[in-house]
Design a protein around this ligand. Structure first.
Ligand SMILES: *Cc1c(COP(=O)(O)O)cnc(C)c1O
Length: 363
């Protein structure tokens, strides 16, 4: 049961975390150079591989997802080559900036916010130039767009020197993702989105092609040097102090996720997408994301009715004890986002939508 004062998060990160998972963090501390830690690392590793559907390695560090953006760009793009970034929203835009901030050369395919990329667009670009990496955001959290990772992967796979780098921060564990089958070379995520953990842990799958590339790059940075991470990974450990308590919670969360089943979890998110879409239509509101690309973890609602979004958020907070999102960046107010990710139940989503309906007077 939730306490009277508890505000439930309906935000696209950090998301609501279940009590049992919060409590798992209170286990007694262990040292990361003790055997108990190596055991924790190893058992978590197997579960991470099962959930990313990869036989590759999954690095785990104390960081938010942004850290692995930097790591991916630094370790995968050679100094005299370029990366191609697919940009259509706040997060894909930021990753492109991060590549540049690390001195990397980039080209960009830019679409209007709310649009998704097609394999054809990528195929055209890869025919014209050579790239060390193709960087794409699986689930663009700012706009509610889910990009076709599998189809794009088929195109990228035709180019040996082009690594396929995927940000799945708000996709992983909410939207279907099959790292190996979809020919993804690197997939990065963080703990506070559909993983439904507190913030502070980031994970990144890599394959041998990524490590081979990293060997050709001199300045890989230090904290996210993949070769150093790999060295410690071989000992079921991390170069610097990991977020131990959070890893204990993550290990339990992974057990619960595998009990629900990956496909069951994807199906629940898909159901939440549908329920939310029906509500949007009933309310005569719009969708910001183009049809065919709408995310199972977040719906960006186009505010076609001129709803006073800050007033609605206040109502939800004070009357319903839900914290809701008011839109992101330049589309704040013109849109608001309903996050339906993580361990959210169908019942909770229905409560959220009923609360919004109360405010909008169409309940
Ligand atoms: C939240 C988010 C990020 C940034 O992740 P942090 O963990 O906040 O650093 C990156 N990409 C996407 C798609 C996100 O939703």
């Amino acid at each position: 049961m939730t306490e009277e004062s508890h505000i439930r998060l309906v935000l696209p990160g950090p998301v609501e975390v279940r009590r049992e998972i919060l409590e798992a963090q209170t286990a007694w501390m262990i040292g990361h150079r003790q055997p108990a830690f190596a055991q924790l690392y190893a058992q978590m590793q197997t579960k991470l591989q099962q959930t990313f559907l990869t036989e590759g390695k999954v690095f785990v560090v104390a960081s938010s997802g942004t850290g692995f953006w930097e790591g991916a760009s630094r370790n995968c793009i050679r100094d005299d080559r370029k990366a191609l970034h697919l940009v259509s929203g706040a997060f894909s835009e930021r990753w492109a900036k991060i590549s540049q901030a690390n001195g990397k050369q980039i080209d960009v395919i830019e679409l209007d916010w709310g649009q998704g990329f097609s394999a054809e667009m990528v195929a055209d670009a890869l025919k014209k130039d050579r790239y060390d990496a193709l960087c794409v955001v699986h689930n663009e959290t700012s706009t509610g767009v889910l990009n076709p990772i599998q189809a794009i992967g088929e195109v990228v796979a035709e180019y040996d020197e082009t690594l396929y780098l995927v940000d799945t921060v708000s996709g992983y564990l909410g939207a279907e993702l099959r790292v190996d089958d979809w020919q993804v070379d690197l997939a990065l995520t963080s703990s506070q989105k559909a993983f439904a953990l507190p913030p502070g842990l980031a994970a990144c799958t890599i394959n041998e092609a990524v490590l081979e590339r990293a060997k050709q790059i001199e300045h890989r940075g230090y904290y996210f040097d993949f070769l150093n991470l790999d060295k410690y990974h071989g000992r079921d450990n991390t170069p610097s102090t990991p977020p131990i308590s959070l890893m204990v919670a993550a290990d339990k969360q992974l057990d619960d996720i595998l009990t629900e089943g990956l496909e069951g979890r994807w199906a629940r998110h898909e159901q939440m997408r549908q329920i939310t879409a029906e509500w949007v239509e009933e309310q005569e509101l719009g969708f910001y994301a183009e049809a065919g690309y709408r995310s199972p973890t977040i719906t960006a609602v186009a505010n076609t009715r001129g709803v006073d979004v800050p007033a609605m958020a206040d109502f939800m907070l004070n009357e319903k004890h839900f914290a809701i999102d008011k839109g992101y960046g330049k589309i704040k107010g013109d849109t608001f986002r309903i996050a339906h990710m993580g361990d959210m139940t169908i019942e909770t989503l229905q409560e959220v939508l009923a609360g919004l309906s109360d405010f909008l007077g169409k309940g």
